[in-house]
Design a protein around this ligand. Structure first.
Ligand SMILES: [Zn+2]
Length: 127
């Protein structure tokens, strides 16, 4: 997925928080961006899908494999809840040099968690 494309249309943190204040709204955006070129099953390559079990997940109609909205994205296996993680990603994209201490203060999240997430995001962005 392309985070810059997702966050580029948001003016500021207030607007961001209005848009993405529920897990649903975050997952919807992640799914829309991740599959913007269309769905392709990671297992069998089939391109047709139906709704999967979790919100905004997709299920291959051929091999029945479910792919969640966050699978293969930065937000996969994320310990924070998705709303917090999404906001943190936004803050880092807006200010790539932001320190983990400042992130911690702004998001009320432990500094070590912020540091790890920032590292993950940087690794992810440089791929
Ligand atoms: Zn499949």
């Amino acid at each position: 997925m392309d985070l810059k494309e997702v966050f580029g249309k948001i003016e500021n943190l207030d607007e961001f928080r209005r848009h993405y204040n529920t897990a649903e709204s975050c997952l919807k955006e992640i799914a829309a961006n991740k599959w913007r070129m269309g769905f392709e099953c990671k297992k069998c390559g089939h391109i047709h899908f139906c709704e999967g079990k979790s919100p905004y997940s997709r299920r291959c109609t051929k091999c029945k494999t479910d792919e969640s909205a966050t699978a293969h994205t930065l937000f996969h296996h994320c310990r924070m809840n998705i709303v917090d993680a999404f906001e943190m990603a936004y803050l880092i994209c807006c200010a790539p040099d932001i320190s983990s201490y400042e992130l911690s203060r702004k998001t009320q999240t432990r500094q070590m968690t912020c540091w790890k997430f920032k590292k993950k995001l940087n690794d992810y962005m440089s791929v």
